[in-house]
Design a protein around this ligand. Sequence first.
Ligand code: HEM
Length: 465
Amino acid sequence: MLVSETTMPARRPRPNQIPGPEPAPVLGNLPRFRGHGLLAPYLADWRRYGDILRYKLGPREVVALCHPEHLRHIFIKERARYAKGMSVSNVVPLIGGGLFAADGDAWHSQRRLLHRLFTTKAVRAHEAAMMAAIDALVDRWLALPPGSTIELLPEMSHLAMDVICRTMFGMAADAGARELGESVAEAFAWVGEQGLKLVRLPLSVPTPRNRRFNRAKARIDRFLRETIDERRARGPRGDGGDLLDLLLEASDEESGARMSDTQVIDEVVTVFIAGHETTAVTLTWAWLLLAGHREVETRLHDELELVLGGQPPTVADLPALPYTRQFLDETMRHFPPVWIDPRQAIADDTIDGYPIPAGTLLMPVLYATHRHPDFWEDVERFDPERFAPDLAKARHPLAHAPFGGGPRVCLGMPFAYQEMSLAVAAIAQRFRLRRSYGTLLDFDALAGTLRPRWPTLVDLVRRER
Ligand code: HEM
């Protein structure tokens, strides 16, 4: 569904002006994206104008870029000139001052405080909770008649939600948690819609959509405040605790300060959203891609058989499962769940010789980075061998950046790899998933993540472990 490359006249760039399609008065290039999402028109423009191009979205100047050196410039080398700023203004009503949207000193101290809970070593403590959620899914699938057809995305969403509920609150995804998940999904849909709005009405204006968002946000806050009050009254669980205990206990190394309840709520909602939707979407793509690539499936099964010998996977096994990890990396190259990682310039800068005035919105498009012809051959081929250690080491470190890069790289990366590797290993030991007739691989990039566009129907074929 690519937009024709000839639908918009090219702007004749002034010297030093970033090229891009000619904007219309008032709306600028917004009409180009309406009904198409941002990604498909951008890909056509990328081919036409190159690695750095400019849009006007209503009154906003936006620069889209995708070269790994651009990512290094913004995320690492010149990061002091860039902040989340306006680029996350649509998400702030939902996550408040949560880490994802925070900037400056507030971001520094929150990141320092949360970092300790999400290191590779720290997330090992969640192995039992993750495996309990994965086993519950496998048991539920085993109870279905052989050959049953299931809808994959809701299954993977439920799994990711169950993992986050068990690790965050020490409980399976029950009715209360399901209501929380539904409220988050409702509120998140509103967030996604704001991106391409020319005029954003304040939430105090009682449009039906705003009212639904406000109700969902109130339900989320109520659920979390009650859970926090209960936890404070009962005290920590005493067995090393879940993430909520750790968040309530955590104090800043330097100042000794603890988080207020509002800060805890903002971080819980942030982690709930950041950690649930992304892993659910990645796992969904992983199974859909695997179903279409028998040779990859065979190699994955061989590795699992050789290393696990029919035993359930453990965290200790993961370093011995390199192909499983390569398979996940190639899945995220193909369909990066977070396909765009925006910033706002807070100081004047220059990129590729073009001036970037303070205030400009920058859109690093990770989907395009992952298909950049200077770094990837035959980009649409699905091949986990691209991530064999020698090949990966020789490549630009940000040619593959599904988790972003630099100091703001995804906090939950070790958590995500652990959860997704255990899930892939445990599920692939018991099932082959076959795409049902008519299941297509196309995406919808309107929302915050790169979601499958069509129903994700698969047939479950049992394997003996
Ligand atoms: C496949 C799974 C995931 C992907 C692809 C992913 C991707 C990303 C990306 C691209 C960012 C933005 C980085 C930046 O601003 O440059 C991010 C930030 C973040 N992610 Fe993830 N994420 C995933 C899973 C998780 C999980 C499981 C958690 C928590 C349990 C999590 C928590 C966070 C948080 C808290 C931030 C904000 C970090 C900061 O600004 O300092 N993510 N993630």
